[in-house]
Design a protein around this ligand. Structure first.
Ligand code: AVI
Length: 322
C-alpha cells in the first residue's frame, strides 16, 4: 500500500474507532474486521457449512455461467469487468475461466480494501488463468468509485458479490447504489448478490457457529485496535452475540462486555469504561426479498433486468441497468 493511502487509512480508522467507542450506545464499523488475520477468518467463515451464502452464490454462478457471460458481453466486443470487494475471487474465477475460454475480450479490475487479499488474488490468477488481463486497485468502494467513474469509453460490468450490500443500512445502501448508478452508462451492467429472508434459525446459525469462527471474526476488530492503536482489550471479556429480526430482515452482531471493565487505547489517548453487559454493535447483515431489492433499485435509478436464484431460494443475484 502506498504511504499516503496508508496514512489516510490509519487516521480514518483512529477517527472512527474514537467516535464509536465514545458514543452511547457504542459501535465499531465492520469494515475494520478485514486485516490479514480478518481476511483469513473470513475465508474460514465462507468454508463453514452454516454460512450458506457462499455455496448458494457459487452454485448460481456455476449453473448460469453461460447465461451470465452472454449477458455481460451483450453485443460489445470489449468491456471492463470491475469487481468491488473481490476478496479471494473464488466465485468470480468460475466466470473468469468461462469468459476467457469463450474468448471474450475483457479486462478484470478487482477492487478490495485489503492489499493482502489483492496480492493473493493476483498471484492465484497468474497461475490459474495466465492469459487474463488484470488490473487490481486497493481502496474502499467509495474511494475507488472515482476511478470507476473515469472509465467512460469502455463498457463496464460492475460485480458486487457476497451480499456485501447487506453490511450497509438501507439509507447508506441507497447512497452507495446511487453512486454506482452515476458511474454507469446506458449499456453498463451492475451484477449484485442479495441474501434473501429465510427461516430465522438458518440465518442465526450462519452468524453464530458453534466452532467460534464468527466469534473470532467479530473479536478481531478488538485485536486490531490492540495491535494498531495500542489498545488493551481482552477478547475473553466479551461475548459474541447475534440477533435477527425477521420483520426487518436485519441480522446484527454485538460484542457484549461480560463484566465492568476499563480499556485504554494509547494512540487515541482514550480510556473507556464498559458496564457489565454493555454492548458494542459491530455489524449488520441485511436480508432481502424482491420487494426490498426493487425498492432499492428504484431509489437508486436502476432497473432489474434479470435475476438468478439457487434451488432453495436462499440467495439471489440480480443484473441491473440504468
Ligand atoms: C462480507 N459480509 C457480506 C459478511 C456477511 O454475511 O455479512 C460478513 C460476515 N460477518 C459474519 N459472517 C460473515
Amino acid at each position: 500500500m502506498q504511504e499516503k493511502t496508508r496514512t489516510i487509512t490509519i487516521s480514518k480508522f483512529k477517527e472512527e474507532v474514537y467516535a464509536g467507542l465514545t458514543a452511547n450506545p457504542k459501535y465499531l464499523s465492520s469494515k475494520y474486521f478485514y486485516d490479514t488475520k480478518g481476511d483469513k477468518i473470513f475465508q474460514d467463515i465462507m468454508a463453514m457449512p452454516e454460512y450458506y451464502l457462499t455455496d448458494c452464490e457459487y452454485d448460481i454462478i456455476e449453473k448460469n455461467k453461460k447465461k451470465i457471460a452472454a449477458l455481460f458481453a451483450g453485443d460489445s466486443n470489449n468491456f471492463n469487468l470491475i469487481e468491488l470487494g473481490a476478496g479471494d475471487g473464488k466465485k468470480t474465477k468460475i466466470l473468469l475461466k468461462h469468459m476467457v475460454k469463450s474468448k471474450l475480450d475483457f479486462k478484470y479490475l478487482p477492487i478490495d480494501i485489503s492489499q493482502n487479499a489483492l496480492n493473493q488474488l493476483e498471484k492465484a490468477l497468474q497461475i490459474e488463468i495466465p492469459s487474463l488481463k488484470t488490473e487490481p486497485l486497493q481502496g474502499t468502494y467509495l474511494e475507488t468509485l472515482d476511478t470507476i467513474n473515469s472509465i467512460r469509453d469502455t463498457k463496464k460490468v460492475i460485480l458486487f458479490l457476497g451480499s456485501n450490500v447487506g453490511n450497509l443500512l438501507h439509507p447508506q445502501a441507497v447512497l452507495f447504489l446511487q453512486n454506482i448508478q452515476k458511474a454507469m452508462k446506458k449499456d453498463d451492467i451492475f451484477f449484485v448478490g442479495f441474501d434473501q429472508k429465510k427461516n430465522p434459525q438458518t440465518i442465526l446459525d450462519a452468524y453464530n457457529d458453534e466452532t467460534g469462527i464468527t466469534e473470532a471474526f467479530n473479536k478481531n476488530i478488538l485485536m486490531r485496535i490492540n495491535a494498531e492503536l495500542k489498545g488493551n482489550f481482552v477478547a475473553d471479556n466479551f461475548l459474541h452475540w447475534e440477533v435477527y429480526d425477521p420483520e426487518t430482515g436485519t441480522a446484527k452482531s454485538y460484542l457484549v462486555s461480560k463484566k465492568a471493565q476499563t480499556v485504554t487505547i494509547k494512540d487515541l489517548d482514550l480510556t473507556i469504561f464498559l458496564k457489565p453487559w454493555e454492548t458494542i454493535h459491530t455489524e449488520i447483515s441485511q436480508k432481502y426479498d424482491d420487494e426490498v431489492v426493487s425498492w432499492l433499485a428504484k431509489e437508486s435509478g436502476l432497473k432489474i433486468i434479470e435475476q438468478f436464484s439457487d434451488e432453495k431460494k436462499y440467495y439471489k443475484n440480480y443484473a441491473l441497468k440504468k
